[in-house]
Design a protein around this ligand. Structure first.
Ligand code: R5P
Length: 339
């Protein structure tokens, strides 16, 4: 097997916790290979100036490397905005380009602005701008997770995109942890029907759909919700790509409860939990509406969060990212890993 060259990795500050888990998983993958030195994050500095500008410096040689930059743009531990963290990513890509890496892969489990991928009125298609910026900075490839709209792949001209899915990791976690005998799958929004269908096929369970209508004149506001399917007497797995304000999820779960659902488990690849989402979920759990929320560490929260909020399970998606990075570097297939 030949590689594309030295596999080296750096993290922007908000991606560091997730990147450390990816490094651990990579080291696990190569632990029996005596010739391969251990992976470690490259020494870098991300400096923020008093006026809000950011600068990234790579303190080690990466000339000719197959180079990976990990950034988690919406970071619960940081006071920096999504826009700040995106700018930090762009400065890192350019630093890698100027340092003469052979290939630059941007690892962003959360693709920013992915909900602005088409226009309804006089508005921009900002997801396309994000793609253009990444491409313009010199990236060759993007790896992301459960991107909200897969059509975003087409916004890139020369950059290749790999869209990973958390579904298999989540299904394994659910089967290993909870009683699945009375479970059925629900998607809280018709946009997520394909994902929910995958879960119901893999778990061989029934499927129901919540038809949600949004009020697009007001951010994060839902007009109506109605259930298509029967959840009476069943445990329910609600699967979505993200939890932002939690409005979609909590309203859908209340509707399911009214329709006779028993235990309700909520799964989201990207648990952003913006604004008052944690409080909303806390109330929903204490009222017996929601039993568990399961999210991945693509939005890293860590052990303290799960101690404070026992209704939350954090599962790690880092091993999947590590395997995909390793296979790309070794010119091995990744298609099996993308299903
Ligand atoms: C909608 O299309 C998405 O899949 C999510 O359901 C939605 O973005 C979650 O947003 P919120 O938590 O603010 O309702």
């Amino acid at each position: 097997m030949t590689s594309r060259g030295a596999l080296t990795i750096m993290a922007c500050e908000s991606g560091r916790q997730f990147a450390n888990r990816v490094i651990d998983s990579l080291n696990e993958l190569v632990k029996n290979n005596f010739y391969r030195s251990k992976f470690a994050l490259k020494d870098t500095n991300e400096t923020w100036f008093a006026n809000g500008e950011v600068k990234t410096v790579i303190n080690e040689n990466i000339r000719g490397d197959d180079f990976y930059i990990i950034q988690c743009i919406d970071d619960p531990f940081s006071s920096r905005s999504i826009n700040d963290n995106f700018m930090a990513l762009m400065s890192a890509i350019d630093a890698a380009y100027q340092s003469d890496a052979d290939r630059i892969t941007v690892v962003i489990p959360q693709f920013p602005y992915s909900r602005q991928e088409r226009k309804k009125t006089r508005e921009g298609i900002t997801a396309k701008l994000v793609a253009k910026f990444i491409e313009m900075c010199g990236a060759d490839r993007v790896i992301t997770l459960d991107i909200h709209a897969e059509a975003i792949q087409g916004f890139f001209t020369n950059v290749k995109m790999e869209n990973l899915h958390a579904s298999r990791t989540m299904i394994d976690h659910m089967i290993a942890t909870y009683d699945m005998s009375n479970m059925m799958v629900v998607c809280p929004d018709v946009g997520g029907a394909e994902r929910a269908r995958f879960f119901s096929k893999e778990l061989q369970t029934d499927l129901a759909i919540v038809d949600k209508a949004r009020n697009y004149k007001k951010a994060s506001s839902i007009e109506t919700m109605r259930l298509v399917g029967d959840v009476d007497g069943r445990d329910v797995l609600v699967v979505d790509d993200m939890i932002a304000t939690g409005g979609t999820l909590v309203n859908a779960c209340k509707l399911l409860k009214d329709k006779g659902a028993q235990k309700i488990y909520c799964l989201a690849s990207l648990p952003f939990l913006n604004g008052s989402a944690v409080e909303k979920l806390n109330v929903a759990v204490s009222e017996g509406v929601i039993t568990k929320v399961v999210g991945t560490d693509a939005v890293f929260r860590g052990e303290n969060f799960t101690k404070d909020y026992p209704w939350y399970d954090e599962i790690s998606i880092a091993p999947l990212f590590a395997r995909v990075i390793y296979n790309i570097n070794m010119k091995l297939s990744v298609s099996e890993l993308l299903r």
